[in-house]
Design a protein around this ligand. Sequence first.
Ligand code: MG
Length: 162
Amino acid sequence: MRIGQGLDVHPFSDDTSRPLLLGGVAIPGGPGLEGHSDADVVLHALVDALAGAAGLGDIGTLFGAEDPVHVGAASSVFLDGVLGQVAARGWAVANVDCTIVAERPRIGPHREAIAASVARLLDVPADRVNVKATTTDGLGFTGRGQGIACLAVALLLPASAA
Ligand code: MG
């Protein structure tokens, strides 16, 4: 088996038209996150966890984070891309676990929807995905409400065993 971790951070955007996307779910009320792509901090952390587990580098080396082709890109494109490479190397997702660090908005009411969306995007049963949320009790950039961080781990098994 193989394990990988991922971490991503995005600041909140001043552009009120940007949606807040977490794990592919549009969270009503936002505020949206700033970023080159759609700034889905959950999917970016997951891509890095999967890339790490499979020894594929990171989201930047795989997809060229600053590549103009990715302006406004749906982060599910990055996830599909890394999943394809994971599968090509004979691995399948055993489980993933994500921790969203945010003082605002409240993630709890959306936690299950985010987990279901991630399971759908990974094409795995719902019980292979866990999503947690925490604040930092007012400390640091997340505590000051300046942005959102997400940590993720992914475990891979040989496709024949998963
Ligand atoms: Mg990112």
